[in-house]
Design a protein around this ligand. Structure first.
Ligand code: HEC
Length: 131
């Protein structure tokens, strides 16, 4: 009888140990994934403002093409990654700001819609690759 009880306790103990080591492994794995792969550096306040402006003013066209434009608005993720913008114009801050201010093809002009600071924030956010 005593032996039976001891065996029962031993079994519980090993089950508990296994549980703890599983939990510890999971903890280490999740800490590792945050530091190594999955963690994105956070946006600066300026980039965050740009993200907000992009989300409310640009994304409906550039991500959803909600107006069903025939010329599908180009994907702006990594728009500054190469030397040129989708149109072939140089990928510079000045050129991107010009497109926003003057419009291009079926993209409307945003002249007077953004302050200088907001334009800078938008461009800064485009530089993040739209994180
Ligand atoms: C009504 C839909 C629409 C909205 C809103 C819109 N765009 Fe566009 N955008 C377009 C279209 C269409 C093009 C492609 C223009 C072309 O080359 O004919 C474009 C092109 C661009 C380009 C590439 C220009 C080039 O020279 O290749 C950039 C950069 C851009 N848009 C940024 C923005 C930003 C930033 C916003 C928000 C402030 C925005 N767009 C809002 C439709 C839109």
């Amino acid at each position: 009888m005593e032996c039976e009880a001891r065996r029962f306790v031993e079994k519980r103990k090993t089950a508990l140990n296994r549980l703890w080591s599983t939990l510890a492994t999971l903890g280490i794995l999740s800490a590792w994934s945050t530091t190594v792969g999955c963690h994105k550096p956070s946006l600066t306040p300026q980039e965050q403002e740009g993200k907000h402006l992009y989300t409310v003013r640009c994304a409906h066209c550039h991500e959803d093409n909600d107006l069903g434009l025939k010329k599908v608005p180009p994907d702006l993720h990594h728009v500054f990654a190469g030397n040129t913008l989708p149109s072939g114009a140089p990928a510079t801050d000045a050129e991107a700001s010009k497109v926003v201010l003057e419009g291009r093809g079926s993209m409307p002009s945003f002249a007077g819609r953004f302050t200088g600071e907001q334009m800078k924030a938008l461009v800064a956010y485009l530089h993040t690759g739209l994180r």
